[in-house]
Structures are given as structure tokens and as C-alpha cells.
Design a protein around this ligand. Structure first.
Ligand SMILES: C[S@@+](CC[C@H](N)C(=O)[O-])C[C@H]1O[C@@H](n2cnc3c(N)ncnc32)[C@H](O)[C@@H]1O
Length: 255
């Protein structure tokens, strides 16, 4: 079996176990987890702007935390993942929204014709591919001319790099850094620049998320929204974004 197929199988197996409520509980529970979730959510909201009436595809939806917010903002959302366990959970989570459809498919072979969506959102998915070009080309293909694509990448030069280093090279077990047999790339800023160039899409923004530590006292004093705003503004800075854990990129497809 080709290496990329092995990686895909391992990722699929991983997300059939680390699914649903368990996935959210181990990442987004408690004050720190909530702040992490809100930072990511607010970054995506800032980048998409008003989505009311837009037809949006979320690829690798996981537990549907972004799709839920898009639906609340009156978008029509198609939610896609290849883990049946994740989709089951998401289906229940979104069941009271009228405007969504749910699909089990592989992100590298999207079952859509060209130019079908106003926007494609994919968070924490592309890093699971050793060669992300195929999946990025699929996003470009299915989005309308003038439409947007949002993806993210893990930055190897993040400030907590020593932990990532241990995980990457020694498969070191530490809370949810322990993801044995599961591929997740950490790229240098110049690898991100190179690998995330997508033919037919032009990059409009690159922002960082999660630069500031999750200090409960600071969060309380500033309020979560201010805290998130400060985080995003700091990470727009060209130098600071080189040490942010997560880079989020917004692209536009030419008209
Ligand atoms: C780290 S989770 C992210 C979930 C969600 N986007 C979030 O940020 O909370 C990655 C998700 O991508 C899905 N996934 C991974 N590889 C995929 C592929 N080739 N096709 C479709 N979904 C995939 C997994 O099943 C999992 O639900």
C-alpha cells in the first residue's frame, strides 16, 4: 500500500475512536479549552465576514463546531467527513437547523461538480496529509469564481515547540499530544508558504491563532472577545506570526 494511503487509513481509524463528545471533551472543555475554541471560531468568523445566504462546504467537519456557527449565521452548509462516528455526532448536534446536508466522503475526492460553493472551510484537516496538494486542489475546484477557501496549518516554530518536537520525534505521550500512529504535520513558516500555494487561488490573509498563553486571570480581565481580538491582531504581525501555533489562511478564487 502506498504511504499516503497508509496515513489516510491510520487517520480514519484514529477518528473513528477519537470521535464525538470525546473529541470535544479532550480539547474544548474547561476554561482553557473554551478559550481555545472561541479563539479559533472568532478567527474564522473574522475571515469569512457575513455568510448569510452563502452556500458553504465544511470539509473534515469533526463534531460540527464551525458548521453550527455558520448555520447560526444563516448560511446553507454541506458538512463532510469520512468518519461515520463524527458524522453521527454532528448530525445530532445540528438536527434543529433546517439548512444543512451531511455527507460521508474522502476530502481528496470531493463528490461535487466544479464551482458549487461560495466558500469552503476546512480546519485541522489538511495537516493530516503528507502531500496536501491534492486536497487543496479539490477545494479550489469546487468553489465558485469569486468564492473563498479557508484552511490552516500547524507551525513547527510555535513557542511551545519543545513539546511538539518531543511528540514529532519521540512519539512522546502527553495528554492529547499523544496521537500514536496518527500523522499530523508541523511545518516551518516557509514550508507553509510553499506547500499552501494553490493554483487558481490568491491568498488574501494569513493570521495566527493561539499566540498568547491561556492565562485565566488575563482572560477574565480582558473578557474572552477582547482576548481573542488581541490574539488575532498580534498574529497579523509578520514577525509574531512566525511563532504562532496555528496559521489560518484565507484565499479567493479569481472571477
Ligand atoms: C482534527 S479533526 C478537526 C475537526 C474540526 N474541523 C475541528 O476543527 O474541530 C479532523 C477531522 O477530519 C476528518 N478527516 C481526516 N481525513 C479526512 C479525509 N481524507 N476525508 C474526510 N475527512 C477527513 C476526521 O475524521 C476528523 O473529523
Amino acid at each position: 500500500m502506498h504511504d499516503s494511503e497508509k496515513i489516510k487509513r491510520a487517520v480514519q481509524q484514529y477518528y473513528s475512536q477519537d470521535a464525538g463528545q470525546f473529541y470535544d471533551k479532550t480539547r474544548f472543555a474547561g476554561l482553557g479549552g473554551q478559550v481555545r475554541h472561541l479563539r479559533e471560531l472568532n478567527t474564522i468568523r473574522q475571515l469569512t465576514g457575513d455568510v448569510a445566504g452563502q452556500k458553504i462546504l465544511e470539509v473534515g467537519c469533526g463534531t460540527g463546531r464551525f458548521s453550527e456557527s455558520l448555520l447560526q449565521s444563516k448560511a446553507q452548509v454541506t458538512v463532510l467527513d469520512f468518519s461515520p462516528a463524527m458524522l453521527d455526532y454532528t448530525k445530532r448536534r445540528l438536527s434543529h437547523h433546517p439548512d444543512f446536508s451531511l455527507l460521508r466522503a474522502d476530502a481528496e475526492y470531493l463528490p461535487f461538480k466544479d464551482n458549487q460553493f461560495d466558500g469552503v472551510l476546512s480546519v485541522k484537516l489538511v495537516s493530516h496529509f503528507a502531500n496536501p496538494q491534492k486536497v487543496l486542489n479539490e477545494f479550489q475546484r469546487v468553489v465558485n469564481p469569486g468564492g473563498w477557501v479557508i484552511v490552516d496549518a500547524n507551525n513547527l516554530f510555535r513557542l511551545d515547540f519543545p513539546l511538539v518536537f518531543l511528540k514529532k520525534y519521540f512519539n512522546f505521550s502527553l495528554h492529547y499530544f499523544a496521537q500514536k500512529n496518527m500523522y499530523s504535520s508541523y511545518l516551518t513558516p516557509w514550508q507553509i508558504e510553499k506547500l499552501y500555494q494553490i493554483h487558481g487561488l490568491s491568498r488574501q490573509a494569513l493570521v495566527g491563532v493561539g499566540l498568547l498563553p491561556k492565562l485565566p486571570a488575563l482572560i477574565k480581565r480582558l473578557g474572552v472577545d477582547d482576548f481573542v481580538g488581541l490574539d488575532i491582531n498580534l498574529c497579523k504581525n509578520k514577525i509574531l506570526r512566525y511563532v504562532t501555533p496555528m496559521c489560518v489562511m484565507l484565499y479567493k478564487k479569481g472571477e
